[in-house]
Design a protein around this ligand. Structure first.
Ligand code: FE2
Length: 471
């Protein structure tokens, strides 16, 4: 009996060791009353920080609003909650969108993999409570994608705003509890609904899990209705281009073997988008995977995205960039419909990409469209380029991208119970070839698109002015 007990206890101990390599996120699922209490206690404030991805895996950034008189852009980092031997990182302040606060931005550098850190930001009134941030492996790793968070009263109604926040918190809780090995979150945009009010960002940042989960957020058309994105984010390698105006900007970051290119698809400045992609790719020639992120669905499910601006203009601006630089995957949103394309090149299907299968060195790009946290689109049929679509659209989904060795596994799951909906694995053992004659020819032809994009941009600026804001 003693021997049996000893073996049993040893087994339990071994199992615990096996699972303790990845600590859980602090991401509690909340009952409605609990969320209402949290929302009520925080909704009048405007000082929650956002943890943002860094330029590479050894960095993360913070951004927060602080009272003008006392704002101190400092973060300190240690390996214990007692903050012993803490290292202080100093950043800078810039003007806020209001006249009583400043925006503090600080970047933490020199992080090492598989390490538990604690950080505090200066609230202007001393250090905040310590928050835990755990780095995972810098090589093989897992990312998460959730789109159209679109926090805000769709009709400027605080009840709707709270409802969206509640769903957001619980989808994060579900995804992070089932995937404690996630390193960062990518969103293809529409983070806010009106892009004009601080409380949208405050609500977006309420879930506790976000203190430990760096985010990379693209700009969507809803963000573009106002300017708040400019004051509440701190994205790496921002590219303000030659022709971009106002909020317009692209950015990129590198994590392990993956290069992410984030495009502001509400701007048709093809010359700027191409220049950003070229610069980022040239600086990261050794990245095995290239992933594009933009808001509007180029090859998403449903006919709802069938508007001329997306299908003609954005298609002409972006697909040549993606094809030229041999992207593997493009993440989009906007239609609030979850789905995924077959392998696409020059807007044509060049290979089937069936759910559950592995493809070795495929030609073409997968376009994956997220659905939404805020509300849900409705299906009305789909195009032949769609390989998978999720029609139960009242359920927010999340997608994980798992990079390991030569493979990228893309899995989409229900956000309420993590049941697997769609999965596809790409194995890549051959390198991209960027210098082919054809690609140089394509870049030459693209000059025409760059010119037309600028013309459209000027026309669009006049339309936006007359309309009093972005669509
Ligand atoms: Fe949108």
């Amino acid at each position: 009996m003693k021997k049996f007990l000893a073996v049993f206890l040893a087994l339990i101990f071994a199992l615990q060791l096996g699972t303790s390599s990845v600590a859980a996120f602090d991401a509690p699922r909340l009952e409605r009353e609990e969320w209402d209490e949290l929302y009520g206690s925080l909704c009048d404030g405007n000082e929650l920080p956002m943890l943002c991805v860094g330029a590479n895996e050894s960095e993360v950034s913070l951004v927060w609003h602080s009272a003008k008189e006392t704002a101190t852009p400092k973060v300190r980092l240690a390996k214990s909650a007692a903050m012993a031997n803490a290292v202080v990182f100093e950043g800078k302040t810039t003007e806020a969108e209001n006249d009583y606060q400043l925006v503090c931005r600080v970047t933490i550098t020199g992080l090492t993999e598989n390490t538990t850190y604690y950080y505090q930001w200066n609230t202007g009134n001393g250090w905040s409570e310590p928050c835990k941030y755990e780095t995972k492996s810098f090589g093989s790793h897992k990312a998460m994608v959730i789109g159209d968070i679109q926090i805000g009263g769709q009709s400027e109604d605080s009840q709707i705003q709270s409802d969206v926040g509640y769903n957001w918190n619980n989808v994060l809780s579900e995804a992070l509890t089932k995937n404690p090995d996630i390193s960062y979150l990518v969103s293809p945009g529409d983070n806010t609904s009106t892009g004009k009010t601080a409380d949208e960002w405050q609500t977006l940042l309420m879930p506790e899990a976000l203190r430990s989960l760096p985010m990379a957020l693209a700009i969507g058309n809803h963000d573009k209705k106002g300017m708040t994105y400019n004051y509440y984010t701190n994205m790496p390698n921002e590219y303000f281009g030659k022709y971009f105006e106002g909020l317009d900007r692209d950015f990129w970051f590198r994590y392990g073997d993956v290069l992410y290119l984030f495009f502001d698809a509400t701007s048709s400045s093809a010359a700027d988008h191409m220049a950003m992609a070229k610069e980022a790719v040239e600086l990261n020639k050794d990245a095995k995977w290239r992933i594009g992120v933009m808001h509007q669905a180029l090859f998403g499910p449903g006919y709802s995205g069938l508007d001329p601006e997306t299908q003609i203009l954005l298609n002409a601006v972006f697909t040549p960039i993606y094809d030229t630089f041999d992207l593997d995957l493009v993440l989009t949103g906007h239609s609030h419909l979850q789905g995924r394309s077959h392998f696409m090149t020059e807007s044509m299907i060049v290979g089937k990409a069936e759910s559950g299968k592995t493809y070795k060195n495929p030609n073409g790009i997968i376009y994956l469209n997220t659905n939404a946290v805020c509300d849900h689109g409705s299906f009305s049929g789909s195009f032949p380029f769609i390989a998978y679509e999720f029609s139960e659209n009242d359920v927010t989904t999340y997608t994980t991208l798992e990079f390991e060795g030569d493979t990228m596994k893309i899995e989409t799951r229900r956000g309420d119970n993590s049941v697997l909906l769609d999965s596809i694995t790409i194995e890549k053992t051959e390198e991209q070839n960027d210098d082919m004659f054809l690609k140089k020819f394509q870049r030459f032809l693209y000059k025409v698109v760059e010119f037309l994009g600028l013309v459209y941009m000027k026309i669009d600026a006049i339309i936006v002015k007359i309309r009093g804001g972005h669509f």
